[in-house]
Design a protein. Structure first.
Length: 257
């Protein structure tokens, strides 16, 4: 026997209704859905379930968000290489705007101390991190550096911390230390035209972010006054203090002397 199209349609609807009833339950007036992995009823919303456009019944995944995340974390652990490869690919194509998301996360982690925690737990990464940072060169003589600090009132150009309070701890000993010669443009010049004095904390948090991207109203260290001063220094005022580079070579000493 063959079914009429109407009958087929009716049965299809009936199957959907039954499936919906099996998976859903009203709890405290809220529609809940059963997760097929943890066997728990959770509110049938995108807060608890990923969307799944192939699910014609409620448009949601059959596994709750928590379970989905657990499963994909486990998968990433078991398939490290494939996972890294996919990550690299996504990054290259900037899928889901992943580059921005990573930058934002990185910024957050530096502000809330998670980055420091991670470094402490990973001594080998810590070593590499320190080495990377020390690779920055500077083409600034002592006089220029002193004038630069003087220009900024011997305060961190970003947060205003006075040099007289710039303590750091090394090997368990806390002592006063000099500011960092901060490259405002991470990839820019090594001379005074791209340098402001920065405390260790700001130096660490700015990392390789662009100045404008990092130093703005969202940054609790930000002040309009200091921002203006940095801009003024970088565009004009450094020129007052920058000295012509010393000529190199073995004959120069005599001719200068
Ligand atoms: Zn679940
Ligand atoms: Zn600072």
């Amino acid at each position: 026997m063959s079914l009429t199209p109407e009958e087929k349609q009716r049965r299809r609807e009936e199957r959907k209704r039954l499936k919906y009833e099996r998976e859903h339950r009203i709890i405290y007036d809220v529609d809940h859905k059963l997760c097929t992995v943890c066997n728990t009823y959770k509110p049938s919303t995108t807060e608890y379930y990923y969307r799944n456009k192939h699910n014609s019944i409620d448009g949601l995944s059959n596994r709750c968000l928590e379970c989905e995340i657990k499963i994909s974390k486990q998968w990433a652990k078991d398939n490290k290489e494939r996972h890294n490869e996919l990550n690299r690919k996504a990054f290259k194509e900037n899928r889901w705007n992943i580059k921005n998301i990573r930058r934002e996360n990185s910024k957050k982690r530096r502000e809330n101390g998670k980055h420091d925690e991670w470094l402490l737990k990973n001594p080998d990464k810590m070593l590499k991190y320190m080495q990377d940072r020390q690779h920055k060169n500077h083409n600034i003589n002592k006089n220029e550096w002193n004038n630069c600090k003087e220009y900024f009132n011997n305060e961190c150009a970003y947060c205003g911390l006075p040099l007289s309070q710039h303590y750091f701890t090394r090997k368990g000993i806390t002592k006063l230390g000099d500011f960092h010669k901060e490259h405002v443009d991470h990839k820019g010049n090594n001379n005074l035209s791209n340098c402001v004095p920065s405390c260790g904390s700001c130096n660490d948090h700015k990392w390789k972010f662009d100045f404008e991207e990092w130093y703005n109203l969202d940054n609790k260290r930000y002040s309009q006054e200091r921002y203006d001063k940095i801009i003024k220094w970088l565009t004009d005022d450094y020129k007052v203090y920058i000295e012509p580079p010393k000529p190199k070579g073995k004959y120069t000493r005599k001719s200068v002397g």
